[in-house]
Design a protein around this ligand. Structure first.
Ligand code: SF4
Ligand code: FES
Length: 376
């Protein structure tokens, strides 16, 4: 253990308080979305943390200053002990957000979660059964999701619709916004697919065109005016359609952490794609020690380690050089400036590749599957 936490270059780093934790309860999921943010190598059920281990993790997190937990997956409802796990998070004093496809939730299970879960975030793959069932790789998913949305509304959970958009469904954004309004959502998050992991295997069918992205921004701006005070609309365009990257995770290991189904503690959901980083498991060390001293957490903390052009850029405290996992995926170097930044030397190539992918008429999807079942 270091006395003073240091980044990959040996610079001392300041360790802040984590505020939010993503708890990936399982990688199991009935859906097979081709842009799933889970790793390409999925954790097996035998390795999953038990409900008691999750309860311990939530208490440790609350003691460290974490305020909110996002129960995610895979599909969290694939855990039969979801109510026990959510109750442990609630009892630890955390604000509990359930991120779900809805599949596996029944009216009775939702009623058990009433008073335990503070907010439900429901994913949307398409505006009708034809699109949603094709994208999710699961027949009947749309009808079941709409039923779950109705139960969520009846019970009175605040609800966000999480619409993941790409070339195949972005033109139907106005209908997605209308649906969110009809379902009584307080918020719709329109997030363009991030092209890592599974989505990277589906670049050609999913990459949106620039014209679609521009039109989507107009649709969002018009809808924001119309729905002011009724529903909030968040819009996240494709990274390469913006001039500068986002501050991924609000800055590496600054305010958030993730726990994978098997207890591995991560600075972000995709951190295991970065070769050479050392990760620790909740089963082997206290969460506070991992947060403060974990080599993976300290590697990219702060801005002292940043390369040029970030090192002298006036946006370095705004976006912290962008996303490390994207730099790894696209530049082959996690210490590089995020290639989606217009100041990156990789940016022109990246944009050209994205345009070529967006012009493809390939619609064959590689669905997310456990390794044995995968269709590639
Ligand atoms: Fe952000 Fe670096 Fe690009 Fe500046 S050069 S905008 S700090 S990624
Ligand atoms: Fe890992 Fe952005 S997803 S730093």
């Amino acid at each position: 253990m270091n006395d003073v936490p240091r980044d990959i270059q040996g610079n001392p780093v300041r360790v802040g308080l984590p505020m939010a934790m993503l708890a990936e309860l399982t990688h199991r999921c009935p859906l097979a979305c081709p842009y799933c943010s889970n790793p390409v190598e999925l954790a097996r059920v035998q390795t999953e943390l038990t409900a008691a281990e999750w309860g311990d993790a939530f208490r440790q997190a609350a003691d460290m200053g974490v305020l909110q937990v996002h129960l995610s997956g895979g599909e969290p409802a694939s855990r039969r002990d979801l109510t026990e796990i959510a109750t442990a998070a609630h009892d630890a004093g955390l604000y509990v957000n359930l991120i779900t496809s809805g599949i596996g939730l029944t009216q009775a299970r939702l009623q058990e979660l009433d008073g335990v879960v503070d907010h439900v975030q429901l994913s949307l793959q398409g505006i009708d059964a034809e699109m949603a069932d094709w994208i999710s790789g699961y027949g009947g998913s749309f009808a079941r999701k709409m039923q779950v949305a109705e139960w969520v509304r009846q019970i009175g959970f605040p609800m966000t619709l999480n619409a993941v958009v790409h070339r195949q469904n972005l033109d139907r954004l106005p209908e997605m916004i209308d649906l969110a309004e009809r379902l009584g959502c307080r918020r719709i998050e329109v997030a363009t697919v991030q092209f890592h992991g599974w989505a990277d295997l589906n670049r050609r069918p999913l990459m949106p065109t620039l014209a679609q992205a521009q039109r989507a921004r107009e649709v969002v701006n018009d809808a924001r005016k119309r729905l002011r005070g009724v529903m909030v609309i968040d819009y996240v365009p494709a990274d390469h359609h913006a001039a500068f990257p986002k501050a991924c995770m609000g800055g590496w290991a600054s305010t958030g952490l993730n726990i994978a189904p098997d207890g591995v503690v991560l600075p972000c959901h995709a951190a295991q794609t970065i070769k050479g980083l050392q990760f620790q498991n909740l089963r082997d060390a206290p969460l506070a020690d991992i947060w403060r001293d974990g080599p993976a957490f300290n590697a990219f903390r702060g801005t002292a380690w940043l390369p040029e052009p970030c090192a002298t850029c006036d946006r370095r405290e705004v976006d912290f050089g962008g996303c490390r996992c994207q730099a790894m995926a696209m530049a082959g170097d996690p210490t590089a400036t995020d290639p989606v930044c217009s100041r990156s030397s990789f940016n022109a190539r990246l944009r050209a590749e994205a345009e070529a992918d967006a012009a493809s008429d390939d619609i064959a999807l590689v669905y997310r599957r456990m390794a044995k079942e995968r269709r590639i």
